[in-house]
Design a protein. Structure first.
Length: 330
């Protein structure tokens, strides 16, 4: 079996660490695996003794696949350098997601978009990925007209520092907020990413634009409210959809149960519904609390939970790499 040289760029971050774990777990066919840091001054080793190298102009020579998860401004500089050296970049940052030349891919939803890549493939925002995984089978069946989503996003969505802040503040509520604008322990913040002139946040607008791009349907109305909650890992979402055709609860359960990457947990009488603690460390997107919206003719309510560091970031990127390898799109 052919093996590939892979680089994890931004290897010290929450997503970078998860990428390393997932490549190993899934037995990805790598030959050389470079752990690349964009913020250290000298090469070093991690706690397991793995070599971490500082990014340089020569980093990508001979590298087939670059799994990028630094900040957007860092990807903006280094992804084109990697592509110039023949490396296919799968980028987790927001930098290239809405670039019309760059496919924005969730392998369960639009794998065919990968074939159009010109060197960079974008990984969507974590809250968008889990939502579209669940919406795809419903959209294919009944065409979604409108989505109203409220998110309950874990602190790991803000990276390693977000986790540290919640853990420290939970033990000592006087621990000052630095990553978040207010204390996050015992609290909820209706504010993720920067505010925009239309009074939405950038995170909310990402959910609108990315959903339409991935589902290849600009006619879908999407409105989002994104909230940070004191949960370490896994994002939860309350999603209301309006469809052209009626979807009954039973039909929705049938469609979702057969969808790739989706597990239905829906038995409230026995306290069974998706929970962030249960989803943490898992690969699937969990859907429950499925109800027909009784306020409109063709509406449905869903509760969608998935691990933001895995399906929302690192796993989705590795799945894209697996598709590239499978289809010889490198
Ligand atoms: N977290 C999520 O759920 C999620 C989901 C989807 C997309 N993303 C995107 O993925 C990218 C990375 O997110 P992340 O959650 O991994 O952020 P993070 O934990 O804050 O890491 C981001 C970068 O911070 C740098 N860093 C600087 N000092 C560090 C230190 N002492 N320890 C660890 N890292 C340090 C690292 O750079 P080096 O490793 O280069 O040194 C790392 O790549 C972002 O663009 C984010 O928007 C995140």
């Amino acid at each position: 079996m052919k093996k590939y040289n892979v680089a994890i760029v931004g290897c010290r971050g929450a997503v970078g660490l998860e990428m390393l774990k997932i490549l190993k777990e899934r037995d990805f066919p790598y030959d050389q695996l470079k752990l690349v840091s964009t913020s250290i001054k000298e090469n070093t080793t991690d706690v397991q003794g793995n070599r971490i190298e500082k990014i340089t102009e020569d980093t990508f020579k001979g590298v087939d696949i670059g799994l990028f998860s630094p900040g957007a401004s860092v990807s903006k500089v280094w992804a084109p350098i990697a592509v110039k050296d023949g490396c296919v970049v799968i980028d987790n940052t927001s930098q290239f997601r809405m670039d019309p030349e760059v496919p924005l891919v969730v392998p369960e939803v639009n794998p065919e978009a990968i074939k159009r890549h010109k060197g960079i493939i974008a990984n969507p925002n974590c809250s968008t990925i889990q939502m579209v995984v669940a919406l795809k089978p419903l959209h294919d069946y009944a065409k979604i007209k409108r989505v109203v989503v409220s998110t309950y996003q874990s602190v790991s969505g803000a990276g390693a520092e977000g986790i540290t802040e919640l853990v420290k503040q939970s033990a000592d509520p006087s621990y000052p907020p630095t990553k978040f604008p207010h204390p996050i322990a015992f609290n909820m913040l209706p504010h993720i990413d920067v505010p925009l002139p239309n009074f939405y946040t950038k995170e909310e607008v990402k959910m609108v634009n990315e959903t339409r791009k991935i589902l290849e349907d600009d006619s879908i109305g999407v409105t989002a409210t994104c909230v940070r909650v004191p949960v370490i890992r896994s994002h939860s979402e309350s999603v209301n959809i309006e469809t052209e055709k009626k979807i009954t609860r039973d039909k929705a359960i049938e469609l979702l149960s057969g969808a790739p990457g989706v597990i239905v947990i829906d038995d409230i009488a026995n306290n069974q519904y998706p929970l962030p603690l249960d989803a943490a460390g898992k690969d699937d997107t969990f859907v429950g609390r499925i109800r027909e919206d009784e306020s409109i003719a063709n509406g449905l309510n869903l509760w969608i939970v998935s691990d933001n560091l895995r399906k929302g970031a690192a796993l989705n990127a590795v799945q894209i790499a697996e598709e590239l390898v499978k289809n010889g799109n490198l």
